[in-house]
Write a protein that binds this ligand. Structure first.
Ligand code: ZN
Length: 242
């Protein structure tokens, strides 16, 4: 099977459509959470993903939009954007988000929005946190989102530590050598200094993973955010990829 791996769309429909058009052929979408929050098109993103055979996980912003998380845990801009999202969601969008699991195992892969240890909140940003998390799933590979930074953490079992592998595009990565925690990066709000939408393609037969980037018209999303009165800092960060 060929899977399109996406995460952290954050209601950025323009970025999502660009990824869907750019992606090589796939059989199914695996979305690692945060369909909404920050961006201008939450309902449209939820509707669009349902056009495909897919699996979708709940992220912290999805839960916040449902009132399942205390908004005091978010910074001011994220909180304000989330209040706007709460007021905007249709009943069917809310129902969709409410039915999402926080982690799942599929086709031999484990997935969680944030981390296997804390599926909704923990940031796997460094090798120490990554190392701890290998004890919380039993499959060879775990996929996470949440940090908005594409990365692979590989487990070095002999030395009991992890290594960081920063993706070098377009080199495919072979997944059958060691255990890994992999983040495909963010479609709708990348934070690694590259404003292009980030995603991946996984071939589960050959066990090949490919990171991909595609530029999308950031200014259209920014214009929609301005029209909806969303926070200025959230609008500006899109063009910086920070
Ligand atoms: Zn996110």
């Amino acid at each position: 099977m060929h899977y399109l791996i996406i995460s952290d769309i954050h209601a950025n429909l323009v970025a999502l459509e660009t990824v869907l058009a750019d992606a090589p052929d796939f059989d199914e979408i695996w979305c690692l959470g945060d369909l909404v929050g920050y961006g201008p098109n939450p309902n449209e993103c939820i509707e669009r993903i349902q056009d495909f055979r897919h699996i979708s996980l709940a992220g912290n912003h999805d839960w916040a939009a449902l009132g399942k998380l205390d908004l005091r845990n978010f910074n001011t801009d994220a909180r304000n954007a989330n209040l706007w999202t709460q007021s905007e969601l249709t009943p069917s969008a809310r129902e969709y988000l409410d039915g999402l699991p926080t982690s799942i195992e599929q086709d031999g892969f484990y997935m969680a929005h944030a981390s296997p240890k804390e599926p909704v909140w923990e940031y796997v940003l460094d090798t120490n946190v990554a190392y701890t998390n290998f004890a919380y799933f039993s499959t060879p590979i775990c996929l996470v989102g949440h940090t908005h930074v594409p990365v692979i953490f590989t487990l070095d079992e002999q030395r009991q530590r992890c290594h960081t592998m920063i993706p070098s595009l377009p080199d495919p990565v072979s997944l059958d050598q060691q255990r890994m925690i992999i983040n495909p990066g963010s479609v709708g709000q990348p934070r690694d200094g590259d404003p292009r939408a980030s995603y991946a393609i996984l071939d589960s037969e050959s066990m090949i993973w490919e990171f991909l980037r595609v530029a999308y018209p950031v200014e259209i999303t920014q214009e929609r955010m301005r029209a909806r009165g969303l926070p200025r800092r959230l609008i500006e960060r899109l063009e910086m990829g920070r």
